[in-house]
Ligand binder design. Structure first.
Ligand code: NI
Length: 179
């Protein structure tokens, strides 16, 4: 499998709603998942959604290992999520800095639900159900937004909190990695 080109903001395909995967545990789906991992890792991302490589299917991958540069971001297990469903637990939201491989070199402050429950399957059809919070909740919301054609800048409440990484004060203004 292979690293694929990542679509960037401005490509209309990033704003299309993706279709549900009709059948799991197919060779094409496993190939797609491998390409997502290869592409995400080649760019040191924390997550990637199929529409970002031009595939309009409801598939996302994400993972975050402990990184001493981002000690506040708790590790997130390697996860493949097919046909995900998200349900916020409560109304609480918190602002956090996000990036996106489709919006290179930029970061923005985005409100996300603090706690949520999500479900779906992996690529083999095994059911995944989790209750999460913090960065794990944030990355799931960011990736699943891609499946509905939403890119994080559309969620920013105050556009003065959006800019180039090199101009933001890196040490103090964000503690997450590009999704
Ligand atoms: Ni993204």
């Amino acid at each position: 499998m292979a690293e694929r080109r990542v679509l960037k903001l401005g490509d209309p395909r990033l704003h299309e709603a993706a279709s549900a995967v009709a059948e799991v545990n197919r060779p094409e789906l496993h190939g797609l998942v491998q390409d997502l991992w290869d592409t995400m890792r080649a760019r040191s991302g924390a997550g990637l959604a199929a529409p970002q490589i031009g595939v309009g299917l409801r598939v996302v991958v994400f993972a975050l290992q402990f990184n001493p540069r981002y000690p506040e971001a708790e590790p997130v297990p390697e996860t493949v999520l097919v046909n995900p469903v998200l349900r916020p637990l409560g109304e609480a939201r918190e602002e956090g800095w996000e990036g996106c491989l489709s919006v290179p070199y930029m970061r923005g402050l985005v409100p996300r639900y603090t706690h949520l429950r999500y479900s779906g399957t992996d690529a083999y059809g095994n059911i995944i159900e989790r209750e999460v919070s913090g960065f794990h909740a944030r990355v799931v919301q960011h990736e699943c937004d891609h499946l509905d054609g939403i890119i994080y800048p559309q969620r920013i409440r105050d556009l003065s909190q959006f800019g180039f990484e090199e101009e933001l004060s890196l040490a103090n203004r964000y503690d997450t990695r590009p999704c």
